[in-house]
Design a protein around this ligand. Structure first.
Ligand SMILES: Nc1ncnc2c1ncn2[C@@H]1O[C@H](COP(=O)(O)OP(=O)(O)O)[C@@H](O)[C@H]1O
Ligand SMILES: [Mg+2]
Length: 276
C-alpha cells in the first residue's frame, strides 16, 4: 500500500538536521542568543517556510544551513555531513536578484557553472534549458537593466537551478515584487520544483505566500520553533488554490499563531513588519 506523502517523507533520512543549535554574534558569551537550542529535521522533498518577527533569526537559520556561518554550539548536518563542508549541494536565492549588470541574461545564467569549471557547450545548454523553464529564454541577449523586477528574479532563480541543487535556500526572494508578479512566481516556483524535487527552505513575511508554497511552516520565536505546522493542501497548487476555504482558514490560523508568538518573543518587534 502506498503511504501518504507526509508519512513517506518522515521515513526518509533527513536532508537537513539541526540539533540544539545556539547562535550568538560576537565572542562575548553574555551576548544574547539569537538562536537558542533550535532543533528540527527536514525530509527530502519538503518545502519549509520560516516565518517570524523581523530580527528573530530567520536569515541566520538559512546562513547556518548554507554553511556561511557556524553555530556557537550544536550540530547542523546537510545530507549527513556538517553544513560547512558540503556547499556543492545547496543554492541560495536572495531578495536582491544579484545579477552582474555588464553581462547578458545568458551570461548571468551561465555564471555559476563557469565558476565551477563546467565546459562552455555544456554550461550554455544547461543555462538555456533553465531559462526556457523559467520562461525567459527570449530575453537571453538582454542586460539586467532592460528587465523588470520579476524577470530579474526569474534569471536569478534559473541561475540557482543550473547547479542542480538538492537544497534551495530562499531568503524573501519575492518581497520586493508587486503582488501579482509574486503570485505568478510562486506558481512557477512550484512548477519548477515538480521537475526536480529539490528541498526548499523559504523565508517570507507573507503568511499567504508561505501557505501557498509549503508542505510545512515553522514559526520562529525567541530563538526557537514556537510552532511546527503541516500544510495539508494538495499539490499541484494553482491560482484557484488561493480561492479555497481551506487555504483561507490556514492563513487566518497561522497569522493568529504568528501574532501571538511575535508578541511573546523577548525584545523583538511585537508585530512582524510586512515590508522591509
Ligand atoms: N553578522 C551579524 N553580527 C551581529 N548581529 C547579527 C549579525 N547577523 C544578524 N545579527 C542579528 O541577529 C538577529 C537576527 O537576524 P536575522 O537572522 O537577520 O533576522 P531575520 O532574518 O529574522 O529578520 C538580529 O538581531 C540581527 O541584528
Ligand atoms: Mg532576514
Amino acid at each position: 500500500m502506498l503511504l501518504p506523502l507526509r508519512a513517506r517523507m518522515s521515513l526518509s533520512p533527513p536532508i537537513v538536521e539541526l540539533d540544539s543549535v545556539t547562535k550568538r554574534f560576537g565572542d562575548d558569551s553574555r551576548s544574547p542568543a539569537i538562536l537558542d537550542g533550535l532543533t528540527f529535521r527536514a525530509a527530502p522533498g519538503e518545502f519549509i517556510s520560516l516565518i517570524g518577527a523581523s530580527g528573530c533569526g530567520k536569515s541566520t537559520v538559512l546562513r547556518l544551513i548554507a554553511g556561511l556561518t557556524a553555530p556557537t554550539s550544536g550540530r547542523i548536518l546537510v545530507e549527513n555531513a556538517p553544513a560547512c563542508t558540503t556547499p556543492a549541494n545547496r543554492a541560495f536565492l536572495f531578495q536582491d536578484a544579484t545579477l552582474l549588470p555588464w553581462l547578458t541574461v545568458r551570461a548571468n545564467a551561465e555564471l555559476l557553472l563557469k565558476l565551477r569549471g563546467v565546459p562552455s557547450t555544456a554550461r550554455r545548454e544547461r543555462a538555456l534549458r533553465l531559462l526556457e523553464l523559467a520562461r525567459i529564454a527570449h530575453l537571453a541577449d538582454r542586460h539586467p537593466r532592460q528587465l523588470s523586477g520579476g524577470e530579474k528574479m526569474r534569471v536569478s532563480l534559473a541561475r540557482a537551478l543550473t547547479l542542480e541543487p538538492s537544497l534551495l535556500l530562499l531568503d524573501e526572494p519575492f518581497a520586493a515584487l508587486d503582488e501579482l508578479t509574486r503570485e505568478h512566481l510562486n506558481e512557477e516556483l512550484l512548477a519548477l520544483r515538480e521537475r526536480s524535487r529539490w528541498t526548499a527552505f523559504f523565508v517570507t513575511h507573507s503568511v499567504a505566500e508561505a501557505v501557498f508554497l509549503s508542505t510545512r511552516i515553522l514559526i520562529l520565536s525567541a530563538g526557537r520553533i514556537a510552532h511546527d505546522l503541516p500544510v495539508d493542501l494538495p499539490y499541484p497548487r494553482t491560482a484557484t488554490t488561493r480561492e479555497q476555504p481551506a487555504f483561507h482558514a490556514l492563513v487566518s490560523q497561522i497569522s493568529r499563531l504568528l501574532r501571538t508568538a511575535a508578541g511573546s518573543s523577548r525584545g523583538h518587534e511585537a508585530v512582524p513588519s510586512s515590508t522591509r
